[in-house]
Design a protein around this ligand. Structure first.
Ligand SMILES: Nc1ncnc2c1ncn2[C@@H]1O[C@@H]2COP(=O)(O)O[C@H]2[C@H]1O
Length: 932
């Protein structure tokens, strides 16, 4: 409940007015039983509560002008640890309020409705008016105590509140300004205005400004009285001590009527044991509060930081986008949780689909064609492949139809149908696609439609496209037949073929295959065209039916195609054999044939040799890396043999080579990207290692710039199964991030596994940053199987991290936690055990001066007798020297509770045990535990 309230409060902090009001509000006390929640006025500012609604009996009428948001109602059932403490407090109060004994304002009894003075008009107007001082306050107290005791006994539903509950309750009220319903039900009325935990006293950080006003002192009194309250308490009654109006006092006392409560135990023996228990309890509460507060603040700071960096990123993004004259708008940043952190990291490396995805503002004005087309996009590649098919149809079809008898009057319809389909594709390409292609100008992408159109118009592409679409088919009308040769201008679309293969080359994972395909396409086209010529020559010579005369003899022409079988295949075969010089070609029989053959051979020698050479290069390059790897591995293994290294070492070398090749396909990854600009290298590294980096906590919370700086310095290293990455005690020169595999944190002898580390874990930073005090490794690290680690050298880390103190703190914090964990897992030596046990068994006999006493002393006028007496007692040197004592006396079985008390008070008999051996300690403790 407390935690929820506390967090709610942090998320929605009360107005400062409320805070300060709470602090200046004094307490009020109402002796009647608490009102039912429905009838009880909620505590709100500037709300008047008529007396009739708050009290039915003798309570003085209260006019609450400013109700504190943080006023408190709680039943405090407390018990003082030492009875004489209460006695002295009571005495002091009684003396201080007895007229004539002091110049301090008298402390009136509260429950004297008849004597209610007029309502004061001051900042403390809201407070109940104090009754006039009575003659004998001591008597009033006693009377009051009796009446409260009887009331308390009549109220069986009032539960005990432990100090922890009381403190929780007070904090709840303090933070939220009202009682939780359940508590209101049971709480008796103790209105202490705003209670606040003394940040100094309790180690709680608070950002509130504390108004130094008189009422705060009263609040402090209440708070401190609670602080002093021991854990186990018998039912208590509360005694109200109401400060007198300062109008009547002439001293420096607070000029405000105030009320506070001194809780005095009813009958019940005090116990120092209880007191010590309470101390522990209170410490626990304090530490818990302190922890929660710190954690909350820490998270809050982190949140703010992250949001700032996101806003900055957004602003930068907006700038860039406006420069680019684009209409893209960045998506609103999601500010919550891990998802968001990942998204930021992703957007940093350009993988964030949300960030990079363009909102669909591009209006599809023309069918399915977008407003702008990226010439490197997959869609454009797809379109290009359609255009290239059309081009191939024309490129292969036109010579084929011209040479071979495949186009006839019967099938001319189909040929023409395909012709015009291809023409349509050309038109679409020219009219709708090419003018929308975005382009770069001065390093900036231009998407504007007009600009892209203008760019196309002035480019040579348009001219070629126009040429390719010239309606040369109209010549069919003036000539006989449908000569496909008229369409030869369609081949000016050749640039699309090149464009297509270039794009394929850059977007395919295996560009070698694309390059070989293109070279083959050239070769086949040349052979195709050559075969067409061959067929034409064969037909011209009547397919060998015409005899020719050679050395006075007639021969049939065997060189030509004899019109048998599939014409295209036969001619292709012949020309391919001639071009590659592999065939046993028949000799030419006339000049034309000689010319043809010479040309074909020449083409075979030069063009085909060139093309084949190209293919060889492509294949060689594709295997070059593998060849290099093989050569290097062979050399390394050869060296191992020459040095007569043990077989296990040689095997390790071989395993390393093979695993490295499998993982990286290169032995030196860095060499591949060295030539790239630094920014690109960073982007590349971030993208490639995204999976790992997104898991590194350090990078999730760290500065974006730190991530970019660090990632460039990372170097991938592979470790083999059971290989030791670093040994305990080594000097730390590098730290690591697990990229792949599992690593084990092991003890010095490699037998105890402290922890296992998976992808994204950072280790090796302790010695690097000398967190443990020196630069030695605090643990040995072993690779469980094959693993790939990113290594960051000390110099690189120092170089980068010096500019990022937050990351340093984070690293150190994490490292300290790990060290603690390791220590806890270590088997403990006898000496350590003994030390721990002695420490555990110690109890503090120190009884701190109750804070309330100090407060009372402060409240009282300096020259009053009571103050003097109090100062004398409090400032006197301690009669007994308080030491820390062991709870384990020599004869522990004899020690009763009373004796424990005595012990804590410094009885000579119970001198601290100086030298106990471990066995004694253990047996003593177990004895004690048995007794308990
Ligand atoms: N319990 C643990 N869990 C995870 N990592 C650890 C643990 N103990 C030590 N390490 C890491 O192991 C590293 C060994 O070298 P360093 O001391 O430089 O830094 C150490 C830590 O980063």
């Amino acid at each position: 409940m407390f935690r929820a309230r506390f967090q709610q409060h942090l998320n929605d902090p009360p107005e400062s007015e409320g805070f300060s009001e709470g602090l200046v509000s004094a307490a009020s006390y109402s002796p009647e039983p608490p009102l039912a929640p429905s009838t009880r006025p909620r505590r709100r500012r500037a709300k008047e509560i008529p007396p009739s609604t708050t009290s039915e009996n003798s309570t003085p009428p209260k006019v609450v002008k400013k109700r504190p948001r943080t006023s408190t109602k709680a039943k405090l059932k407390t018990k003082q640890p030492v009875e004489d403490l209460h006695e002295s407090v009571e005495t002091i109060i009684a003396r201080g309020t007895t007229p004539g004994t002091s110049s301090s304002p008298p402390l009136p009894a509260m429950d004297s409705p008849s004597s209610t003075p007029p309502t004061p008009r001051s900042p403390v107007d809201s407070l109940p008016s104090p009754p006039p001082p009575t003659a004998d306050f001591r008597g009033t107290i006693d009377g009051r105590r009796a009446s409260l005791a009887s009331e308390a006994s009549k109220t069986p539903r009032t539960p005990h509140l432990t100090p922890r509950e009381q403190l929780d309750l007070l904090l709840d009220i303090d933070r939220c300004g009202e009682l939780p319903p359940s508590t209101e039900e049971v709480a008796d009325v103790v209105d202490v205005g705003s209670t606040d935990i003394d940040p100094e006293a309790d180690g709680i950080e608070t950002s509130r400004s504390v108004k130094v006003v008189p009422d705060e002192v009263a609040l402090d009194m209440v708070r401190k009285s609670i602080d002093m309250t021991p854990a186990a308490m018998p039912p208590m009654t509360s005694i109200e001590v109401q400060g007198a109006s300062d109008n009547e006092g002439e001293t420096s006392l607070p000029a405000t009527p105030r009320a506070s409560f001194l809780t005095v135990p009813s009958d019940g023996p005090p116990s120092s044991l209880h007191s010590s228990l309470d101390l522990t309890d209170r410490d626990d509460i304090n530490s818990r509060l302190s922890f929660i507060m710190k954690e909350r603040l820490h998270h809050f700071a982190l949140d703010i930081k992250r949001r700032t960096s996101q806003v900055m990123e957004d602003i930068m993004q907006d700038d860039i986008e406006s420069d680019n004259e684009t209409s893209r708008t960045a998506p609103a940043p999601d500010t919550q949780g891990q998802e968001n952190q990942e998204a930021t990291l992703m957007s940093l490396i350009g993988l964030d689909e949300n960030a990079s995805a363009k909102p669909d503002t591009t209006v599809k004005k023309f069918w399915l064609i977008p407003e702008d087309i990226d010439p490197f996009s997959k869609k454009y590649l797809l379109w290009l492949s359609v255009v290239v098919l059309a081009f191939f149809y024309n490129a292969f079809g036109i010579p084929l139809r011209c040479a071979y008898p495949y186009q006839t009057d019967e099938n001319i319809f189909w040929w023409m149908l395909f012709d015009y389909i291809c023409d349509f594709i050309y038109i679409v390409d020219m009219v709708a696609v090419k003018p929308r292609l975005i382009f770069m100008r001065g390093g900036i992408t231009v998407r504007d439609r007009k600009e892209t159109l203008r760019h196309y118009i002035v480019s040579p592409m348009l001219k070629l496209d126009i040429v390719s679409l010239l309606p040369t088919d109209l010549l069919y009308l003036v000539t006989e037949g449908h000569l496909a040769a008229f369409r030869v201008n369609r081949l000016s679309k050749l640039y699309t073929f090149w464009e297509f293969f270039d794009l394929l080359d850059s977007s395919f994972s295996n560009p070698y295959a694309i390059r070989i395909t293109r070279t083959f396409a050239y070769m086949i086209y040349l052979i195709h065209c050559n075969s067409c010529v061959y067929y034409v020559l064969s037909a011209w010579q009547a397919f060998g039916q015409l005899a020719y005369r050679y050395r006075d003899q007639w021969y049939l022409n065997k060189w030509v195609y004899n019109n048998q079988g599939n014409a295209y295949l036969r001619c292709m075969y012949f020309t391919a054999a001639v071009a590659t010089s592999t065939g046993n070609n028949p000799p030419p029989t006339n000049v034309v044939e000689y010319a043809y053959m010479t040309f074909s051979w020449m083409m075979g020698v030069f063009v085909f040799a060139l093309l084949l050479g190209q293919i060889r290069d492509i294949v060689y390059n594709a295997n070059k890396n593998a060849e290099e790897f093989r050569t290097t591995m062979d050399k390394a293994l050869g060296e191992c043999k020459r040095l007569e290294l043990p077989e296990s070492v040689t095997e390790k070398v071989r395993a390393w080579f093979q695993y490295t090749w499998e993982q990286q396909k290169t032995l030196d990854e860095k060499k591949l990207v060295d030539k790239l600009p630094l920014k690109l290298q960073t982007d590349l590294a971030l993208s490639v290692h995204y999976n790992t980096l997104s898991k590194v906590q350090l990078f999730q919370d760290c500065d974006r710039a730190l991530l970019r700086d660090l990632v460039l310095k990372l170097r991938a290293v592979i470790f083999l199964p059971m290989e030791i990455v670093c040994n305990k005690g080594d000097v730390g020169k590098e730290m690591y991030i697990v990229n792949q595999g599992i690593l084990e944190v092991v003890s010095e002898d490699h037998k105890i596994v402290f922890a296992t580390m998976k992808v994204g874990t950072v280790f090796g930073e302790i010695s690097l940053l000398a967190i443990g005090g020196n630069n030695r490794r605090t643990a040995s690290i072993r690779s469980k199987g094959y693993s790939t680690l990113f290594v960051l050298s000390k110099a690189d880390l120092n170089d980068v991290i010096k500019d990022y103190p937050d990351a340093q703190v984070m690293l150190k914090k994490k490292a300290k936690q790990m060290l603690k964990k390791d220590d806890a897992k270590k088997p403990r030596s006898k000496k350590d055990l003994q030390k721990d046990l002695t420490k555990k068994c110690e109890v503090s006999t120190k009884l701190p001066t109750p804070r309330m006493l100090s407060t009372v002393r402060k409240l009282l006028p300096q020259n009053s007798v009571v103050a003097h007496d109090l100062s004398t007692v409090m400032d006197a040197p301690p009669a007994r020297k308080l030491k820390r004592w062991s709870t384990i006396p020599d004869d522990i079985s004899e020690a009763s509770d009373v004796e424990f008390t005595k012990m804590s008070l410094g009885d000579e008999r119970y001198k601290p045990t100086q030298s106990l051996d471990e066995a004694t300690l253990v047996s003593a403790v177990s004895d004690k535990e048995d007794k308990t």
